[in-house]
Ligand binder design. Structure first.
Ligand code: CIR
Length: 262
């Protein structure tokens, strides 16, 4: 029987040259475009190697952060939801995804009020956790919870620690019962029914892993976290993310993934 992470489809968007001007906290250096593009390429190949066909969209130069498709929509076998990204420069990104979502889904719902970024949404087998953050407000979270109920999903609203951009910047699912989390999020109430593994000291940046099929994709400079996951008997795939990380991004944000219903 297919498992929770056995996705059958993914959507990603090639980075445009403008991606180097994407949002970031603070005034860090721009990433190098060629390296960022190669990191994206390796990422898409890793999804394909996990058996997931990727619908690869063309770059959108007018939206530097549009390579991070996860933030503008939510996708499930039951249907898709167009979100309302909380950063003003990203507000138009949801509309860009509408055509591709309409190609893949019979049902596309739209968040009509407030703000919510997909990076703040962690889907677990029991519930969809919505993290309030600098990008996701209570109005957006509550409206989203209503839309999720139309897809048969239970939503739980939680707070993201103020120092963390998105809820999933600080956590990611390792398997159906286990979440990897940074220390500040380890006690999160929404993780009560999950086993929580905490990122080793100095490897907090590793938390945004991506489970696809039987593998966990992880940034390539987090050896202790990688060992911790492999000791559970789970295969890991280490990917280069140094340039993408300069834009406060990790592995989940570069794709939308779902399992189509038969
Ligand atoms: C932003 O600040 O919106 C982008 N530079 C990074 C978005 C990362 N998205 C994610 O973790 N889901």
């Amino acid at each position: 029987m297919p498992g929770f992470f056995d996705f059958t489809h993914a959507i990603a968007r090639l980075p445009g040259r403008s991606a180097v001007h994407g949002l970031r906290d603070g005034s860090g250096a721009d990433p190098d475009f060629e390296t960022l593009a190669s990191e994206h390429h390796v990422y898409v190949e890793a999804l394909q190697a996990a058996g997931i066909p990727v619908d690869l969209l063309l770059p959108e130069e007018g939206f530097p952060d549009s390579v991070f498709v996860e933030d503008a929509a939510l996708v499930f076998g039951e249907g898709a939801i167009l979100l309302r990204p909380g950063a003003p420069s990203r507000a138009g990104e949801a509309a860009l995804l509408l055509p591709v979502l309409e190609r893949h889904f019979d049902l596309v719902l739209t968040l009509e009020e407030g703000h919510a970024d997909g990076g703040d949404i962690l889907a677990t087998p029991d519930a969809v956790i919505i993290g309030l953050s600098h990008r996701t407000d209570r109005t957006g979270a509550e409206s989203l919870a209503v839309l999720l109920s139309r897809l048969g999903k239970k939503a739980v609203i939680e707070q993201t620690p103020a120092s963390i951009l998105h809820f999933k910047t600080g956590c990611g699912m390792i398997d159906e019962e286990t979440v990897l989390a940074v220390p500040e999020m380890a006690g999160c109430g929404a993780f009560n029914s999950l086993r929580v593994l905490v990122t080793p000291k100095g490897e907090e940046g590793a938390a945004n892993i991506l489970r696809v099929g039987s593998r966990v994709l992880i940034g390539d400079h987090w050896p202790k976290t990688r060992d911790m996951i492999e000791r559970l008997g789970i295969e890991t795939v280490a990917l280069p993310v140094a340039e993408i990380a300069k834009l406060d991004a990790g592995l989940s944000c570069m794709s939308l993934r779902w399992r189509a219903r038969l």
